[in-house]
Design a protein around this ligand. Structure first.
Ligand code: PLP
Length: 442
């Protein structure tokens, strides 16, 4: 079939007007936000909205304890501090994730050690963990990336054998399930983000969960300056017993998250049915590799990533060049595509330069003992392969449904039926991506 591609002057398959923005706001959001305005209470560790959100998130996840936090990053840092990860300790993190999974380790003066990902799920590969463990390893942070559950059973088993803590980065995985268990509740602590992009959105914010009372207590101290509260009056003592931070959330984001939580199950189901439709239809196109949901798991598709294989598509091109050319052609057809992370996390300058805190801390702590660290992206071929070949298709979030995704499939079909033209435009000055309004950003 030869059709004139939009990148070649043809008519695009769809326009921005075909897309609806995230988050989906409802009367429930307005009700809880009005409760804040009517109450006049806007902040406080035991204020009504944060307290209710903590209770409702415990009920939703089955976790024993929950604390609201200012961000997912704060929740991760609290978890590391609460399990006594400290200066010079090593923490295993996946090679492909958001920066905060690894930078929270630096915040605790500990050293991130990277483990490559699995090539079908893009989560930490359990088979590579033991080779990364040293006498200094204290914890593992698996990430349920883009809503796909990490393979927790082998990770928990390795951690048990080596006496390591497992802290789950569930920042992208609200409601995801691993073999009948809620992601975020399987390790010693779990962290969720409530930022505007996430399946559960509070604008900003986070949730820290644990089943361990000591971890809860220490996490709570870390959350609020390390300051003790009087057990009878709940008043602050102004006497910090440990080093803490200001990681509380406040009433308005908590109110929005509560309104959103009422619909999380249905919103996730829309994501899943959008993903299942795209998996089925895009999977028929040679050279397009849809995401995989592991057996016995519930993937909640925070984002929807496909990979491209030039050889399967019949094109003799280097994978990165092919991916970029296809992204440009899709984008010109009106299909909002583009990368999220563009490189393995350890390729970022902060790791390459190892400037860190002060003069090369935390690495310098162990380097003084003759231990060396190297962050070579070449050591993580699966993360590198993923970054060369994937793009995110931004049509997965509700209220978008079949009407939009049928057009997305038509856009892919058109582009993949005309790959000769696509490659002719590989060097065009086109910058795929989306405008911030798509995800509630001004
Ligand atoms: C995997 C992952 N970890 C951690 C974070 C940090 O969450 P936040 O932005 O709420 O600090 C995010 C979110 O951006 C994330 O996607």
């Amino acid at each position: 079939m030869t059709q004139r591609l939009a990148i070649d002057g043809g008519t695009p398959i769809l326009t921005r007007a075909d897309y609806q923005n995230w988050p989906v706001l409802t009367a429930d959001d307005r009700q809880y936000i009005n409760e804040v305005l009517d109450s006049g209470i806007v902040a406080g560790g035991t204020a009504p909205q944060v307290t209710a959100l903590e209770r409702e998130w415990r009920e939703f996840t089955g976790a024993k304890y929950c604390l609201t936090t200012g961000s997912g990053t704060a929740a991760l840092h609290m978890a590391l501090a609460a399990v006594d990860v400290g200066p010079g300790d090593e923490v295993l993190v996946p090679s492909y994730t958001f920066l905060a999974t690894a930078s929270c380790v630096l915040h605790q003066m500990a050293i991130p050690v990277f483990v490559d990902i699995d090539q079908t799920t893009y989560t930490m590969n359990p088979a590579q963990i033991e080779a990364a463990i040293t006498p200094r390893t204290k914890a593992i942070i698996p990430v349920h990336i883009q809503g796909c559950p990490a393979d927790m059973d082998p990770i928990l088993e390795i951690a048990r054998r080596h006496g390591l803590h497992v802290i789950e980065d569930a920042c992208q995985a609200h409601g995801a399930m691993y073999k009948g268990r809620m992601c975020g509740t399987l390790g010693i602590a779990g962290a969720f983000s409530l930022n505007n992009l996430k399946n559960l959105c509070g604008g900003e914010g986070g949730l820290f969960v644990t089943n361990d009372e000591d971890v809860l207590k220490k996490g709570d101290l870390v959350r609020y300056f390390g300051d003790e509260c009087d057990e009878v009056t709940s008043r602050q003592k102004y006497n910090a017993s440990i080093l803490g931070y200001m990681y509380r959330n406040q009433e308005l984001p908590a109110a929005l998250a509560r309104g959103q939580l009422k619909h999380l199950h249905d919103l996730n189901n829309t994501r899943i049915s959008n993903a299942e439709y795209l998996n089925r239809e895009l999977g028929k196109i040679p050279g397009v590799i849809p995401p995989v949901c592991p057996a016995d798991c519930k993937h909640v598709y925070w984002f929807y990533a496909v990979r491209f294989d030039p050889h399967a598509a019949g094109i003799d091109a280097e994978p990165r060049r092919f991916r970029v050319a296809v992204e440009k052609a899709l984008f010109q057809e009106g299909v909002l595509v583009g990368q999220w992370q563009t490189m393995p996390v350890l390729a970022q300058d902060v790791f390459q330069s190892m400037i860190g805190i002060g003069k090369r801390y935390p690495w310098a702590i162990n380097e003084a003992q003759g231990i060396t660290y190297r962050y070579d992206p070449g050591d993580f071929p699966v993360a590198q392969m993923l970054c060369d070949t994937y793009t995110n298709v931004h049509s997965i979030h509700p209220p978008n449904g079949l009407a939009l995704n049928e057009k997305i499939v038509a856009g892919f079909q058109k582009v993949f039926a005309n790959l000769g033209q696509v490659m002719d435009h590989a060097d065009d000055d086109v910058k795929p991506g989306f405008d911030g309004r798509l995800y509630g950003v001004g």
